[in-house]
Design a binder for this molecule. Sequence first.
Ligand SMILES: CC(C)(COP(=O)(O)OP(=O)(O)OC[C@H]1O[C@@H](n2cnc3c(N)ncnc32)[C@H](O)[C@@H]1OP(=O)(O)O)[C@@H](O)C(=O)NCCC(=O)NCCS
Length: 187
Amino acid sequence: MTLRFVPLSELSSGQRAEAARILREALAHMPAAYNDPGEAEAEVAAFIDDEDREAIAALDGEAVLGWIGLIRTYDHAWELHPLVVDPRRQRGGVGTALTLALEARAAAAGVLTLYLGADDDYGGTSLFGRDLFPDVARKIGGIQSTARGHALSFYQKLGYEVVGLIPDANGAGRPDIFMAKRLTPPR
Ligand SMILES: CC(C)(COP(=O)(O)OP(=O)(O)OC[C@H]1O[C@@H](n2cnc3c(N)ncnc32)[C@H](O)[C@@H]1OP(=O)(O)O)[C@@H](O)C(=O)NCCC(=O)NCCS
């Protein structure tokens, strides 16, 4: 496999359709994810049309294996969203390579921090099903992935740490988990 990285905006219409399929299928385990007709296609289009967003696809030949997006939310901190790898091609290093490509893109633009929200609305972490109030911040230290698996471990391996929780973001006991990584040492 020889990976190449291409801006999402340069994909053919067939490859954009593949990017939408991958978004739908990679997140199929999450109840709230891109299940409505046209929702995944609209999300792909947003990363081509919206000037505050951009995305990078990983290709093997002409086949789309996955893609990663960024949203320019703050002057010095950007949001990583989304990151999806075709379920048939996961655990082959594609997600890592895409994340490193996005980090290089953000660092080159002078961004200091990349952050992301990793929802747990299906039981992928030890926080699922719990009432996180009060003392929400204290719960961060004990967070762990469950046997169902969660992107938490993937991002931790790449140097991201949990920086916050939004309790009940996806319904009672279904938090969003915020993670961040320093890209450039502060001056
Ligand atoms: C999370 C995801 C992007 C990772 O991409 P990938 O190409 O499968 O990951 P890599 O092969 O680069 O994985 C590198 C390491 O991360 C860890 N890892 C990857 N996926 C993991 C998972 N689902 N659970 C636990 N650890 C995981 C492993 O340690 C892995 O190394 P190993 O395979 O040698 O054990 C991919 O699994 C995916 O698309 N998942 C569904 C969508 C999703 O959850 N996106 C993130 C939303 S915030």
